[in-house]
Design a protein around this ligand. Structure first.
Ligand code: AHR
Length: 568
């Protein structure tokens, strides 16, 4: 029985008691004192009820009190660097992910810089987006880059996502301009499914060469004489499915060809900042996917001077059930706990595929790149189902924190990740509607985690017990710690329990803490959301910790994400 049910139960008892008293009074309007037997009965029942209520309160009182949890942080021990690229974003030509979300065009009444929304740029700068994956997704394997350059854009179709027309007004130059405005790196996915190695090679030459080739001159004529930087190259997308339904062996032979011929010529990227090539990897758990990882990694182990890969992609959405039918609004504790349970599968998935990678790449040269992750719910009623529109609630904020913590714990192998998707699609950071914009609970988690970008992982131990609901049991508390470039310690602690606060006592080994302060994100309900009308329902609020004898005590609200820094 949940705490709220128990409260209701106690209230019901009190109500019954009052009804009993009223009934009794109405039976005895003149004087209760004069009618002795009923009064004895009343007293007896009342004493029973009082006793009963006392028992109920005795049982529920400790449950209302904060759970005490101990957390130990080994500050003198260090793990891997939490690569800032695990906070990457994904922007596909899908619904209003690009058109309306990023691009409004220079003539729009929405304030913009060269067609790119100023409000969105400002919001994304604040979360220090490290990289953006583009143009897809499934869209990438049907994308022909020439349609999106020059003064005359070719209008095509977007068969994957709603069958709408694709104006191609947002192409290579607009994407690079957008990245420049927000200060992020390019993660370009090339078309392996319906394109050719030559088409992809020419695109890279167009973007990156500093030599006076015909393609470089065309780039200059289109407004950008200097070569662009392409930090990451995706060799196809989901080639096992929407990207061409390839077998592992067929994909591996394509991967080698693309890796060999799709070159980056940018002079600044020849030594240190070399473009990293990311191969298509698994899309889930089970033999089909382990076979895929085996095939790519086995090929990698045997690779020669002529080709290489630096990353293996992995896609894993939190869906609950397929097709996506969980609602993104108006849900309760059952759906909250089920979705969080489902999202924690990320841990096993990463462990299993990392173990395969370890076999072929014990030095961990190839990164596991979780370049599509996040929640995928039923489309919002009234929206185009092909546009993957969903709301974003406090549940998504907690889901995001749990996944980011899993990535951080695997930071030696997971060095990049891209949440799907940045704006207006799936688990978005930002929702827009014409001139309106609202920041989601997930956005605020990414903002709170900025100090973890490129910080050094610090091991923590805790046992917060379990939060249970129905047949779902979840660890009540999750936490990570890291030291930033200045040596400052940061802690993130998530209280998954939607009903009970947690009083967490943190023992810090290796430093003497003086104070700690930060922010906590919570809201009245698990399904609380931010809307255009009420944009501040789920926003972080300041918190501070008590520090005594070097130990921190911090109260975590139910269903909350808390980030604090420790002053020594
Ligand atoms: O993010 C939506 C879609 O999910 C992507 O286009 C595809 O790669 C995946 O199946």
């Amino acid at each position: 029985m949940s705490l709220s049910t128990q409260f209701q139960w106690a209230l019901d008892l009190r109500e019954q008691q009052m009804v009993f008293e009223l009934d009794h009074k109405s039976l005895c309007p003149s004087s209760l004192k004069s009618i002795r037997p009923p009064r004895r009965a009343s007293l007896l029942v009342r004493s029973l009820l009082v006793g009963f209520t006392f028992i109920v309160l005795t049982i529920t009182a400790p449950m209302m009190a904060a759970q005490k949890v101990e957390l130990s942080v080994e500050v003198s021990k260090s793990g891997a660097k939490i690569d800032r690229n695990i906070f990457g974003q994904f922007a596909e030509h899908l619904g209003h992910g690009v058109y309306g979300g990023i691009w409004v065009g220079p003539d729009s009444t929405v304030p913009n810089t060269r067609g790119i929304r100023n409000d969105v740029v400002a919001a994304l700068k604040a979360i220090k987006v490290p990289n953006v994956r583009w143009p897809g997704g499934c869209f990438a394997d049907e994308y022909h880059w020439r349609n999106g350059i020059g003064p005359q854009r070719v209008v095509t179709l977007n068969p994957n996502w709603g069958g709408v027309t694709e104006a191609n007004t947002f192409g290579t130059h607009e994407f690079m301009d957008f990245l420049d405005q927000i200060g992020a790196e390019a993660y370009v996915s090339v078309n392996v499914g319906s394109g050719t190695p030559q088409e992809a090679a020419e695109w890279l030459e167009y973007m990156t060469t500093a030599q006076p080739t015909t393609l470089a001159k065309e780039r200059a004529a289109n407004g950008h004489p200097a070569p662009y930087k392409v930090a990451f190259l995706g060799i196809g997308n989901e080639s096992w499915d929407c990207g061409g339904n390839m077998t592992p062996d067929y994909y591996v032979s394509q991967m080698k060809i693309y890796s060999r011929f799709v070159r980056n010529f940018n002079p600044a990227q020849q030594d240190k900042q070399q473009m990293l090539k990311i191969a298509v990897g698994p899309g889930g758990d089970g033999p089909r996917w382990t076979e895929w990882t085996e095939a790519v990694m086995k090929a990698y182990q045997q690779h020669t001077w002529s080709w290489d890969i630096n990353g293996l992609s992995m896609h894993s959405y939190t869906v609950g059930q397929w097709p996506p039918s969980y609602k993104s609004t108006s849900f309760g504790e059952t759906e909250y706990s089920q979705i969080l349970k489902a999202t924690l599968d990320m841990e096993g998935l990463i462990s299993r595929h990392s173990a395969i990678m370890d076999k072929y790449d014990p030095d961990k040269k190839v990164a596991l790149v979780v370049d599509e992750w996040g929640s995928w719910y039923a489309p919002l009623p009234g929206s185009n189902p092909g546009f993957l529109v969903q709301q974003n609630s406090l549940r998504d904020a907690i889901l995001a924190a749990l996944n980011l913590n899993i990535f951080a714990r695997h930071a030696d192998r997971v060095r990049m990740a891209n949440i799907a998707q940045m704006i207006n699609v799936l688990q978005a950071m930002i929702i827009t509607d014409k001139e309106k914009m609202v920041l989601t609970p997930t956005y605020y988690v990414f903002k709170m985690y900025v100090p973890f970008q490129d910080a050094t992982f610090v091991p923590v131990t805790l046992d917060g017990g379990w939060y249970t609901h129905g047949d779902v049991a979840l660890p009540r508390v999750d936490a990570i710690a890291a030291k930033d470039a200045n040596g400052k310690l940061w802690l993130e602690i998530t209280n998954l329990d939607p009903n009970q606060p947690v009083e967490i006592e943190v023992s810090l080994f290796g430093i003497t803490a003086k104070s700690a302060a930060g922010e906590a994100l919570t809201a009245p309900k698990v399904d609380s959301v931010n809307t255009f009308e009420a944009p501040n329902t789920v926003v972080p609020k300041p918190v501070s910790a008590k520090v005594q004898d070097g130990r921190l005590t911090l109260k975590l609200e139910p269903k909350s994400v808390t980030v604090v820094s420790v002053e020594q």
